[in-house]
Design a protein around this ligand. Structure first.
Ligand code: HEC
Length: 100
């Protein structure tokens, strides 16, 4: 019985960290394709904006370039989750996931 509890705790921990890195990897791979040093757009990072600002930015479709052919809605959701979790006002702001 005890081991089942420990196993499910481990599972939650592992699953949590996997989804965290999936959003991060997607952000770096997909957004970073343009948003990088020497790329076609400015370097961006989660800590550039507060969580609510990230949410509104994509909800209101403020992004100047249409990337729907390379980033699916599901992937954008995953990326957005990562951006919010590491935004300027989060517990773990990420300032240089994409090197400046
Ligand atoms: C096809 C290339 C491309 C992709 C992919 C792309 N962007 Fe952009 N993005 C641009 C361009 C071009 C601009 C406007 C010019 C600039 O800010 O350098 C821009 C502007 C922005 C801005 C405003 C920058 C500012 O400081 O005002 C943000 C924020 C942004 N993008 C976030 C993202 C995020 C998050 C992703 C991934 C989900 C992403 N972009 C994917 C090309 C891209």
């Amino acid at each position: 019985m005890k081991s089942i509890v420990i196993l499910s705790l481990l599972f939650v921990l592992v699953a949590g960290s996997v989804s965290w890195s999936a959003g991060r990897d997607l952000f770096v791979a997909k957004c970073g394709e343009c948003h990088k040093k020497g790329g076609s757009a400015v370097v961006i990072n989660p800590a550039d904006k507060a969580a609510v600002v990230w949410k509104k930015y994509f909800k209101r479709r403020r992004h100047p370039v249409d990337f729907s052919s390379s980033i699916s809605d599901g992937q954008l959701e995953e990326i957005l989750k990562y951006l919010e979790e590491h935004a300027a006002d989060s517990d773990q702001p990420a300032e240089a996931v994409i090197p400046k």
